[in-house]
Write a protein that binds this ligand. Sequence first.
Ligand code: NAG
Ligand code: NAG
Length: 344
Amino acid sequence: IYSPHLDQAFVTLATNDNYARGAMVLGKSLRNHQTTRKLVVMIGPHVSDPCKGVLLKIFDEVLLVDVLDSGDAAHLDLMKRPDLGVTFTKLHCWTLTHYSKCVFMDADTLVVQNIDELFDREELSAAPDPGWPDCFNSGVFVFRPSNETYSKLLQYCAEHGSFDGGDQGVLNGFFSNWATADISKHLPFIYNLSSIAIYTYLPAFKQYGANAKVVHFLGQTKPWSYTYDPKTKKVSGDMQETSTHPSFLLDWWFLYASSVVPMMTEGYGDQPFHSGCVEVSLEGSSTRFLPQCSSTSQEPHHTEPYVPPETSEERKQKWEQGQADYMGMDSFDNIQKKLDAFLK
Ligand SMILES: *[C@@H]1O[C@H](CO)[C@@H](O)[C@H](O)[C@H]1NC(C)=O
Ligand SMILES: *[C@@H]1O[C@H](CO)[C@@H](O)[C@H](O)[C@H]1NC(C)=O
């Protein structure tokens, strides 16, 4: 199929298996909304092979990025600033010089409408951070890969560090005229409909929710930190602590359960389907969720609710229906219902 956009890509980054799950859902959400661009995921050395396998099914390119091993300028600069390890990894996206323009998206974002029009923007376009409007948030940004920019960024990083200890500080320092130079580089609010903001400001959600294009699951508790039961279609976990809007959290899980989980089990033949009640451990503790997607794969847990045997085709159909449901649930009319159910 002819595509005029083979030299443009959406790029994300996964440094471990949890973020890899986020990347899988993000990639699927971009595909489901018919992006015409390539999908690239940069992964760190800690992403397991089974997760890599699933990423390869969703993304056009899976790039292993290990700045510690690179022995180049990145390595030298990293030696000076060991505190900025993950930041260096993210800056690697500027080395994707076989693309002329890219949109970087954090793995904890979810696309809820086609956003290909972002490629009409120039480097560096990003959404303002409402908490600090003179700064942009580095969760979603448009950039042009360039070896020259990459080395300048590394140099900047090594010399000035980051005012917030992460990539947002480095990028705001480097692209410091963003706030004043060119207003077309300021992405509208709908590209940063942060789940926090809408949960806190329901009126704003009512006004902007239907126009949301990207949801950013900010904060400590990520979507994969919850437990989801696909039978009841309920998410559980510490909802007190959550700053995430329940309907978008559900959207994330519907997509994960309907589109990503079946890929994890493909190639496992007659093995039982273990997503009856998925369980995701919090960062740091051991991952007990979906043993198929873990390099330290132990025996699958059989403590999960028993799922009656079905052919894989039947199962697939069910999940596909689940996805149709997800599309239905996505509609604005259902949002209030979801909210009511969750806030009970
Ligand atoms: C989105 O907005 C929130 C606050 O509502 C902010 O903390 C966050 O950094 C912003 N993210 C992006 C991608 O602009
Ligand atoms: C950028 O650098 C890489 C690695 O040195 C090289 O393979 C690539 O061709 C360079 N890209 C351009 C456009 O010069």
